[in-house]
Design a protein around this ligand. Structure first.
Ligand SMILES: [Zn+2]
Ligand SMILES: [Zn+2]
Length: 372
């Protein structure tokens, strides 16, 4: 480690820089050069060590004053290999260097995310917002089309309310007295390392929680009323603020995010805002035309079958489809008709069909080839 570099230069700050300016400069540099951001980049790692070393000294009022006064003396001491100067300023990297990027910034800047129920070795001191919980919300096509209130019962794993997800009782660390810091005297300077007992959190977990048996997580079943928007489609997400994972240490709860899954219907098919349905008609209705009752999402309506209608023909019922989301009108319903043959005929019907066949001259297969 090059120690001859001026710490102020390393951080790119003025010698009169305020603590706030120093922290800001360090934060920007550390983010840029952190080994997690630059995997395998030895130069970045070296740079990161220098930044951490410089920050460790310049951010500490006492050490900064000493460095300002004895900067050269410190360097000489180090050059001659005197004990005490060896570890000067390097603890930040030595201690935190093996942690993840998030760990480091969480520890230094208090941004540790508290995962619901996850067992944590390091205790975050600050209240944390609970996690957002994602869940599927299966509904029927009818519910999607009509919208409205729906009650559902959810069983979710959440942070144990007894131990706040810590798995036990958090008590002040007796080794460091809660400061999280272990002071070590190294000759010319004294320096601090994170307390080995509590990993710098100032707290240790004692007495395994009886409620969650130390897992930090409990399942709970809740009844939730949710408002289904009129005309909603699969994939739409509904956010219920504050209904998600419990907050940590009095922090706000996360949100519950429900993803709508509209079940397929046996007869009604939805395509966008339109509804499609297949409806059988008799040969007689197809030939002569007819008015038939067909199902729609609102119940039966009359549909006119024109004379000479063929199988597969699509007829439209204007405005009988699904409501458009946001209440702006409705889609169409398309009725695809197909012709069915009767399974049974009376003696009289049989005679009539025979008579019809004798008079039949049209060949519907006239245009077909004889083979490939
Ligand atoms: Zn401790
Ligand atoms: Zn518990």
């Amino acid at each position: 480690m090059r120690s001859s570099v001026d710490f102020y230069e390393v951080l790119g700050v003025d010698r009169n820089a305020s603590a706030k300016e120093i922290k800001k400069a360090y934060r920007a540099l550390a983010r840029k050069h952190h080994p997690d951001v630059n995997p395998g980049d030895a130069q970045a790692e070296q740079k990161y060590k220098e930044i951490s070393q410089a920050y460790e000294v310049i951010s500490d009022k006492e050490k900064r004053a000493q460095y300002d006064r004895f900067g050269h003396a410190y360097q000489q001491a180090r050059a001659s290999g005197q004990a005490g100067a060896q570890d000067f300023g390097s603890f930040v990297y030595e201690h935190f260097g093996s942690g993840s990027f998030a760990d480091i910034f969480g520890d230094i800047f208090g941004e540790v995310g508290a995962g619901a129920g996850r067992r944590r070795t390091r205790v975050a001191q600050q209240p944390q917002r609970g996690q957002d919980i994602h869940h599927q919300l299966p509904i029927s096509l009818a519910e999607a089309i009509t919208g409205g209130e729906k009650s559902l019962t959810l069983t979710i794993a959440d942070r144990c309310p007894e131990c706040d997800g810590l798995g036990g009782k958090a008590t002040t660390c007796s080794t460091c007295g809660g400061s999280g810091v272990s002071q070590q005297s190294g000759g010319f300077f004294s320096f601090a390392t994170a307390c080995p007992q509590c990993q710098g959190s100032g707290e240790v977990i004692t007495q395994t929680c009886a409620r969650c048996r130390g897992g930090g997580e409990v399942t709970r079943t809740r009844k939730i009323d949710v408002n289904i928007p009129l005309g909603v489609r699969s994939g739409r997400k509904l956010r219920l603020a504050g209904e998600g994972g419990r907050g940590f240490r009095g922090g706000p709860n996360g949100d519950l995010i429900l993803e709508i899954q509209v079940a397929a219907h046996d007869f009604f098919k939805r395509e966008g805002d339109d509804i499609r349905i297949k409806v059988p008609i008799t040969f007689v209705e197809a030939v002569r035309g007819a008015t038939i009752a067909v199902p729609t999402v609102d119940g039966q309506v009359n549909l006119k079958i024109p004379p000479g209608t063929r199988s597969g023909q699509r007829l439209r019922l204007r405005g009988q489809g699904a409501p458009r989301l946001g209440g702006k009108g409705r889609g169409e319903q398309y009725v695809e008709v197909y012709i069915t043959a009767p399974r049974k005929l009376t003696h009289e019907q049989r005679e009539l069909v025979d008579k019809l066949a004798e008079t039949w001259t049209e060949d519907p297969r006239a245009d077909l080839p004889q083979g490939l």
